[in-house]
Design a protein around this ligand. Structure first.
Ligand code: CP
Ligand code: NVA
Length: 318
């Protein structure tokens, strides 16, 4: 079993007891240390025992990868999860969040929350005395971004100076990629249709926290974002909660489908990423998902490894 260096252990222990609400919550070195630990866990070089600690899952939106990877991560760390589906708890009957969060803090050791508004997530953080993890909101998907950059690191052996192109909706996934990429020194180029850009305050924040020389670029030209990129990423055109805009979005995004023609503008050794679930024939072709460029299933698996590292750090199990 490999030991983690004192430096990395000290950086990880600085995360103990904290929340992970946004990709910008952590410092660059804390993200690097988490990815380091995730690599050790993936290789089987490290065992961590959280000794029966419990993660509560409050998911108000559907989920396969995030839910199952948190469940399996806790099981592998010797802990467990409890499903706190708001439809079957008193939350669904109107019990105030303030009371729910304080009660759950007496039973659980951390909460992973998937919901619509970031403000609701922040309220959980305010009223809980245990770590709160963003398992996706309309604003961000920070656990996803950790797995995405871990996958890029696996493919290229380094991150600083690499370029990630994101083609499509300026949504939660795009926001977290910009913030996390900025902190890791990865250039992030977002190519999205007019009217579907990421929020200006997130773009500003990414530019503000970016490592020296790291480019955060916003363009309405998909080709400009993909040209020369090391990784090309896309996500659904209509995120959860936006389904009624599907028709409008199909029109607005018709030039933003990731197909072989668009991908040929990237570097020849570029990898393709998608957080999944994917809509083949819309934001990405089936040919690309099934091609050798695609790392989407490694990327999905990596959710497990980075979340194990995250849970170990937040719960102080190192
Ligand atoms: N990528 C992702 O978060 O997938 P789920 O919605 O299945 O959790
Ligand atoms: N942007 C998508 C991501 C799903 C994992 C959504 O929010 O639905």
């Amino acid at each position: 079993m490999a030991e983690i260096s004192h430096g990395v252990a000290a950086v990880l222990s600085s995360l103990k007891g904290g929340d992970f609400l946004s990709s910008s919550d952590f410092k660059s070195e804390q993200i690097v240390a988490l990815l380091d630990l995730a690599a050790q866990l993936k290789k089987g070089d490290r065992r961590i025992d959280l000794g029966n600690r419990v993660l509560g899952l409050i998911f108000t939106k559907a989920s396969t990868r995030t839910r199952v990877s948190f469940q399996v991560a806790m099981a592998r760390l010797g802990g467990q999860t409890v499903d706190l589906n708001p439809k079957v708890t008193q939350l669904g009957r109107g019990e105030p969040l303030e009371d729910t969060a304080r009660v759950l803090s007496r039973f659980c050791d951390a909460l992973a929350i998937r919901t619509y508004s970031q403000e609701e997530l922040e309220d959980y953080s305010k009223w809980s005395s245990i770590p709160v993890i963003n398992a996706l909101t309309d604003l961000e998907h920070p656990c996803q971004a950790l797995a995405d950059f871990f996958t890029m690191h696996e493919a290229f052996g380094s991150l600083e100076g690499q370029t990630l192109a994101y083609v499509g909706d300026g949504n939660n996934v795009a926001h977290s990629l910009m913030l996390c990429g900025a902190l890791l020194g990865v250039n992030v180029r977002i190519g999205c249709p007019k009217g579907f850009e990421p929020l200006p305050n997130i773009v500003e924040k990414a530019k503000e926290i970016a490592l020296d020389g790291t480019q955060i670029l916003l363009t309405n030209d998909p080709l400009e974002s993909v040209s020369g990129a090391n990784a090309v990423y896309t996500d659904v055109w209509a995120s959860m909660g936006k389904e009624e805009e599907q028709g409008i979005r199909e029109k607005a995004f018709e030039d933003f489908c990731l197909n072989m023609k668009l991908l040929s503008a990237a570097r020849p050794d570029a990898i393709v990423l998608h957080c999944l679930p994917a809509h083949r024939g819309e934001e990405i072709t089936a040919e690309i998902i099934e091609s050798d460029f695609s790392r989407v299933f490694d990327q999905a698996e990596n959710r497990l490894h980075v979340q194990q590292a995250l849970l170990a750090a937040l719960l102080g199990g190192l």
